[in-house]
Design a protein around this ligand. Structure first.
Ligand SMILES: [Fe+2]
Length: 251
């Protein structure tokens, strides 16, 4: 299974066009949050309408998995936490979204919503508990925020990651976690597009301007990952031993 991972498109329509154009080359496409942009001059309801149209078109080309990011949470829950309920409408187009699971060839994908407080964090914990009980060969989470204190959450000045994700990953030991959120991480000294804790690999392709997003191609049979961005390209054999001091070089 060949997967495309990108995130943080932030309503960059040329980048959404690019995803649509290449989606057919992959068995699965993952958009790991922040499809919308809260700072955009375009109104939220217009953004969701346009993004929904893109999701429909991309899912016509490939299996599409979409998680919410903080920028997508434009609504409030009963407990007054930020949520992205608008995304659920994409299910009608066959898109897998927050709270959904997808299984193929023994690989289980769990799509985790952004959490904003105790209510949404509780829902997330319940979701992981649900899918922990499922039989699987490998477990992959789509989860917008990167884990705290890792290369993929390094901004260049400090870590800006999710401590709760580290707790969950320690408990459930997923194989891969596909995210984004900290746009600069892969482009700063001390940061990276991939890091590892225990047996879990964490990915963050980063955000770049221009018509093509930074992205990671995951080959789940060969068990490797390739990061491609304007800064270059890097390859990682996920079976090889991980040296935290020497992450894969960018060419
Ligand atoms: Fe973002």
């Amino acid at each position: 299974m060949k997967c495309l991972l990108t995130a943080d498109l932030h309503y960059a329509l040329p980048q959404l066009d690019w995803v649509r154009a290449v989606a057919g080359r992959f068995d699965l496409v993952v958009l790991a949050g922040d499809l919308l942009d809260l700072a955009s001059l375009v109104e939220d309801d217009i953004q969701t309408l346009v993004v929904m149209k893109y999701l429909q078109r991309i899912s016509a080309e490939s299996r599409l998995l979409v998680s919410s990011g903080n920028h997508d949470c434009i609504e409030r829950s009963a407990g007054n936490e930020a949520v992205a309920t608008w995304l659920a409408a994409a299910r009608e187009q066959g898109v897998l979204v927050d709270g959904d699971a997808f299984q193929q060839d023994g690989v289980l994908f769990t799509i985790c919503p952004w959490w904003d407080g105790p209510e949404t964090a509780g829902a997330l914990a319940g979701l992981l508990e649900r899918d922990a009980a499922r039989e699987k060969r490998r477990w992959i989470w789509v989860y917008h925020a990167p884990p705290d204190q890792t290369r993929v959450s390094w901004t260049g000045k400090g870590y800006f990651g999710d401590g709760l994700l580290l707790d969950h990953a320690r408990r459930y030991a997923p194989d891969l976690v596909l995210g984004g959120h900290v746009h600069q991480a892969p482009f700063r000294a001390g940061g990276g597009w991939v890091d590892r804790r225990d047996r879990t690999w964490f990915f963050n392709a980063g955000r770049q301007i221009g018509p093509e997003p930074a992205f990671v191609v995951l080959d789940l049979e060969a068990w490797n990952a390739t990061w491609i961005s304007q800064a270059g390209r890097a390859f990682l054999d996920l079976s090889a031993p991980w040296d935290p001091e020497h992450p894969p070089p960018t060419e």
